[in-house]
Design a protein around this ligand. Structure first.
Ligand code: NAD
Length: 360
C-alpha cells in the first residue's frame, strides 16, 4: 500500500517523539511491503516563528490532500514563551483548533489501556487494577455545549450566563456509526453514555443510537447515565469496550479514563472525519520542561501511528505488530523517565524508538 502522510512534528517534544514514530512506520513498511510518504508541515509555535501565524492556509490544503495527519504536539511554556504574548487567535493552540475545524474532525478516539507492567502506576485498588482494562472513549468533538450559543447578561440587576447544548440527529448518527464501526474492530460492545433522565439532547441521542444499533446485530450495546459511568470507570473499568458519548461528557470521562492508566506518555489519540481520514496524536502536550533532552516517552505517538494504520489504512495486522512490540519492550523492562521504577532499565527517547523498531 502507498500511504501519504502529512507529518506535523510541532513544538517541544513533538519533533523527538514523531521522529521515533516515523522510524517505526518505516520498519513496518519494510516488513509488510508498504510505502509511507511523508510531507512535513509546520503548525504551532514553529509556524509562528517562520510565517507569523500558527497554521497557514497552504499547510491546511496540504494536510487535506494527504490520507492522514501524524501530529506531535504544539505550544510552549505558557508563562515564559513569547508566543503567549500574542493575541489568542495568533497563539500556537489556534492552529490546532483551525486544523480540526478545516478537516471536519468530529470523532475523537482515546484508548485507555492498562499495561500489566505498569499496573503499579494505576491509582485504583489492586483488586480492580488486577482485572486490567482496555477501552476506547469515543467523544463527539464538534457539537454540544462547547459550540452552542452563549451569553452573559444582567437580568433585573442579576448577572446571568447561558450556554446552549444542541445536537441534531445527523451529528448524533455520524458519531454513532463511527462508534459501532470501531466496536466491530474490537470486542463488539458499545456503552452509549448520556443524561437521558434530564436532557432532551440526551433523549434524542439515545433514540438515534438505537436506530444505528439495528445495523450492527453483532454489537452488544447498552445505555448508561453519565454520573453512573463516572463511578463505573473507577469501580469496574474492565466492563467497557467502546464508550460512546457527546462532547462535554466525553471531555470529562476521557480524562478520567486516562488518569486511571497512570501515564500520559502512553496515551494515543485519533480524531476522524466521515471518511477514513484522521489526525493522530499523543494525548499529552509539548512538555517544554523536558523538550530537547531526548527524555520524552515516544510510546503515545508510536501507538497513535498504530491507530492510523488501523483506522485510516485498515492495516490491522501491522497495527497489531506495533502494539505487540510496545508490550514486548515493557515486558523486557525498558522504561523512559516518566514510567521508570525500581528494577527497570531507564532508556532515552530515541533508544525506546530503536528497541520498539527491533521488535517489529
Ligand atoms: P504536557 O502534557 O505538555 O506536560 C505535563 C507533564 O507531563 C509534564 O511534566 C511533561 O514533562 C509530562 N509529559 C507529557 N508528555 C510526556 C511524554 N511524552 N513523555 C514524558 N513526559 C511527558 O502539559 P502542559 O505542561 O500543561 O502543557 C505544555 C504545552 O503543551 C502548553 O503549551 C499546552 O498548551 C500544550 N498542549 C498541547 C497539546 C496538543 O498539542 N494537542 C495538548 C495539551 C497541551
Amino acid at each position: 500500500m502507498n500511504c501519504n502522510i502529512a507529518v506535523i512534528k510541532g513544538d517541544g517534544i513533538g519533533p523527538e517523539v514523531v521522529t521515533q514514530a516515523m522510524k517505526i512506520l518505516d520498519a513496518v513498511g519494510e516488513k509488510y511491503g508498504h510505502t509511507f510518504n511523508y510531507e512535513q508541515l509546520l503548525m504551532g509555535g514553529c509556524s509562528i516563528d517562520v510565517h507569523g501565524v500558527p497554521l497557514t492556509d497552504e499547510a491546511v490544503a496540504r494536510a487535506k490532500a494527504s490520507d492522514a495527519v501524524l501530529l506531535g504536539s504544539i505550544g510552549g511554556n505558557t508563562s515564559t514563551s513569547p508566543w503567549y504574548k500574542l493575541p489568542p487567535e495568533k497563539r500556537p493552540e489556534a492552529g490546532l483548533l483551525k486544523i480540526r475545524k478545516e478537516l471536519g474532525l468530529f470523532a475523537n478516539l482515546r484508548p485507555a489501556y492498562l499495561y500489566e507492567q505498569l499496573k503499579a502506576a494505576c491509582p485504583l485498588k489492586e483488586e480492580i487494577a488486577n482485572k486490567g482494562f482496555d477501552m476506547m472513549i469515543m467523544r463527539e468533538l464538534t457539537g454540544g455545549l462547547y459550540f452552542g450559543s452563549r451569553k452573559t447578561e444582567e437580568i433585573d440587576g442579576v448577572m446571568t450566563a447561558v450556554d446552549t447544548l444542541t445536537y441534531n440527529e445527523n451529528e448524533i448518527r455520524r458519531i454513532a456509526i463511527k462508534g459501532f464501526d470501531i466496536a466491530m474492530k474490537r470486542r463488539k460492545k458499545v456503552t452509549s453514555v448520556d443524561k437521558a433522565n434530564v436532557l432532551d439532547s440526551s433523549r434524542l441521542w439515545r433514540k438515534i443510537v438505537e436506530e444505528v444499533a439495528k445495523d450492527y446485530p453483532e454489537v452488544t450495546y447498552e445505555h448508561m447515565l453519565v454520573d453512573n459511568c463516572a463511578m463505573q470507570l473507577v469501580k469496574d473499568p474492565a466492563q467497557f469496550d467502546v464508550v460512546l458519548t457527546e462532547n462535554m461528557f466525553g471531555d470529562i470521562l476521557s480524562d478520567e479514563a486516562s488518569m486511571i492508566t497512570g501515564s500520559i506518555g502512553m496515551l494515543a489519540s485519533a480524531s476522524l472525519n466521515e471518511t477514513k481520514f484522521g489526525m493522530y496524536e499523543p494525548s499529552g502536550g509539548s512538555a517544554p520542561d523536558i523538550a530537547g533532552q531526548n527524555k520524552a516517552n515516544p510510546i503515545a505517538t508510536i501507538l497513535s501511528a498504530a491507530m492510523m494504520l488501523r483506522y485510516t489504512f485498515d492495516l490491522d495486522k501491522e497495527a497489531d505488530a506495533i502494539e505487540h512490540a510496545v508490550k514486548q519492550v515493557l515486558i523486557e523492562g525498558y522504561r523512559t523517565c516518566d514510567i521508570v521504577s525500581e528494577g527497570t532499565t531507564l532508556v532515552a527517547c530515541d533508544e525506546m524508538g530503536d528497541l520498539i523498531k527491533q521488535r517489529i
